[in-house]
Design a protein around this ligand. Sequence first.
Ligand code: NAD
Length: 454
Amino acid sequence: MSATFPVLNPATEEIIEHVPNATSQEWNQALDAVVAAGSQWAALNARQRSNVLLALSEALETQVEEYAELIHREMAKPLAEARAEALSAVDTLRWYSEEAVRLPGRYAEAPNGGAHFIITRRPIGPVLAITPWNFPLSLGVRKIAPALAAGCPVLIKPAQETPLTMIRFGELLREVCGDQGLELCPVTVVSTTHDAELSQELMNDPRLAKVSFTGSTNVGKILVKQSGERLLRTSMELGGNAPLVIHQDADLDKAVQGAFLLKTRNGGQVCVAANRILVHEAIAEAFTEKLVDLMSAAPACALITEAQRNRVADLVNQAVAAGAELHCGGNIPEGPGYFYPTTVLSDVPETSSILHEEIFGPVAVIQTFSTLDEGVAMANDSEFGLAAYGYSENLRNAQFLADNLNAGMIAINGAVVFDNATPFGGIKQSGFGREGGFEGIEEYLNTRLARWQQ
Ligand code: NAD
């Protein structure tokens, strides 16, 4: 039996369970299994793959409460949000069961005659998926579902903070595959604390075709460098520094609700959380007052680890020491649990790290602008470009925001950029590649030309 490592509940600091801490030998065996299952999986027709995904979606749907409870325990996100995450994974699986039978191809006559072209999409091959801890189920499923729909097997390594949900999902997958008459399961879950060694070694294995990573920009850069050795295909869903621009003609209550949601959902530990709230100076006082009312009444949020909680506290303390105004929160409550209070800051000096780093905590940072041009310029002044939000009830200004905010995903008058039907992903240092929609499946396909001479 391999060594194990403990998984903690961040709200209580209690150990929930110990899970296997895979070694090199074990993740290589896992890759063997994935490769073996992969040929069987790729040989299925699209309808058969679709049927497995649909059966998986239906099986998960019957267990949403158990998954919600597990996510709630290992990640400490509120139960209602954990339930929403599980339901979103059910929907992802259903969506890709539908997409699996719609892989497009193309036929054409050669423009100069003498040949026919048949252009098809083929599965890229075995995939290494690496996921973070903030959505332990849905972020993995957003890789597994399109990969399987495309015909690719997956070795997935969940974050060491939250491996339990994905390990359980791997068991469900095996059961469903068995029920569907498959001898081998095309997905293997590997839990390990040796993440750097695993990626280095597997990415050098000639059988691996693709790495799909969700996580921090720093780790993404390491993986992109490693992938260059074999020119591996990669998808990089990385960090963000999302701006939320609220113009003076916004519906103030709607904008406050949006800001509140973007700062408290998952304790602010979301890649598309609003990192910088940019408010027109004419409404900044009223906006701040309303947001402080909501934030100061909200419960403290459990963050994933003590180190992460202390990092958020340091960012706030540095900003306050440099002259920022603290409206509420800012003090670490008594334990147990890695809690941090909902906090609002304004007048933050431009040099403060909190304006430039991903906060990943329930801290709202308010800045002001005087013209919409200035607000958009401030919003776009970032090396990241994952999501951006704009609020205005004036059609021309809302259109200006939609056209000029520079990010992979823009939301106007709302706080949601995610839908299984649409491509999710960033530009600049927020990465490349997309999850969701048809674009999500394209990440796992090669385009292939067959030229028939006449
Ligand atoms: P992280 O980069 O530290 O870890 C992510 C995963 O990578 C984990 O499984 C970890 O074990 C693994 N890892 C760490 N170092 C590695 C290495 N050297 N080689 C191989 N694997 C390694 O990120 P995190 O703290 O788990 O997650 C938070 C980050 O994820 C934030 O930056 C957030 O914005 C980002 N994120 C992005 C999206 C998106 O869709 N763009 C979604 C969620 C989270």
